[in-house]
Design a protein around this ligand. Sequence first.
Ligand code: SF4
Ligand code: SF4
Length: 364
Amino acid sequence: MLTRREFLKLCTAAGLSLPLSSILLDELVKAQVVKPERPPVIWFQASTCTGNTLSFANTVNPYLSNVLLDIIDLKYHPNLTNSYGNQALQTLEQAAEKKDFILVVEGAIPTKDGGIYGASGERNGQPWKIVDAVRYLAERAKYVVAVGVCAVSGGPFAAHPNPTGCKGVYEVIDQPVVNCPGCPCHPDWFVGTLAHILLYKDLPKLDSFNRPVMFYGRLIHDLCDRRSYFENGIFAEYPGDFGCMYKVGCKGPITYADCPVRKWNEYVNWPVEDNSPCIGCANPGFPDASAPFFEHLPSIRLPNITVNANTIGLASGVITAGAIGVHFVGSRLKGRPLGGTIRTPDKHDTGEREVKPKKDKGDK
Ligand code: SF4
Ligand code: SF4
């Protein structure tokens, strides 16, 4: 079995010959931690487009069928398990009452008006509200993993004006949640997190927002192979141009994820390599905090100097990225500089707060 050091090295390595999820799933089989008693997993879908299920299904070696038949015991998934209707809900409840499962939640949780805008079937003749179902399941789970930015912090479902009061899982339950954001979550980010829990019966190291550091510990901007273009002020003027994508809205300087080295669709590509800006989908504030997608980040303030996209190449990269990050965090705490509605990180908060438009002198 891999030592924890080997496991972390593998998870943060670039240029693997096989997708990380494939290697880790093979390790799980070899380590015999999952047979004959495969660990039960309940995958619950809240308000979702099912994109994270599709991303997870992108694991090809072993195929998804091997994962489901050899690695985990998937007790419930609205799309992948073969029961439906009342029978499916009965199976779900029977599995939940054993209190030995890993709960995976995909999708945002509607909370407005008591959560009536999202239900998963019926219980006792009444709609089983998603918020109640998630609380019921989380209370019985050994671990809770939020997969995708919607489950992490509401994502597009919670975008302004958020009419259904959607929130992330951590905001509606009292149990700790491992947050794996992304729109969708990369299969490696999810499978790597699951593999760590299964192999070591323990959570991976998490950051202050409960994201696994092994995947979300580094800034995209620091891993990007266009960084030298940034430093030298060589910017794309339009999406599709070659160069650093900062001026066309790249959110790499404020986004913690390893997309530049991990890449997508089995390590084929990532947006910047295709001359598109990163839109920061792995940020908990996505999408409101990334909007407008094609507008560059606010100008950067350094002591006694203000730089913008035209002069940015003159500034130290490390200080620059830090300054953008500080500005972003400040903006998130105070509200978006251009106004709008943000959700605060308060748990069990019943609504939203209107943020007055703020003039930001340095902004375009
Ligand atoms: S701004 Fe975007 S494209 Fe430019 S170096 Fe940073 S991450 Fe790469
Ligand atoms: S590069 Fe940016 S937009 Fe693309 S998946 Fe990574 S965080 Fe999301």
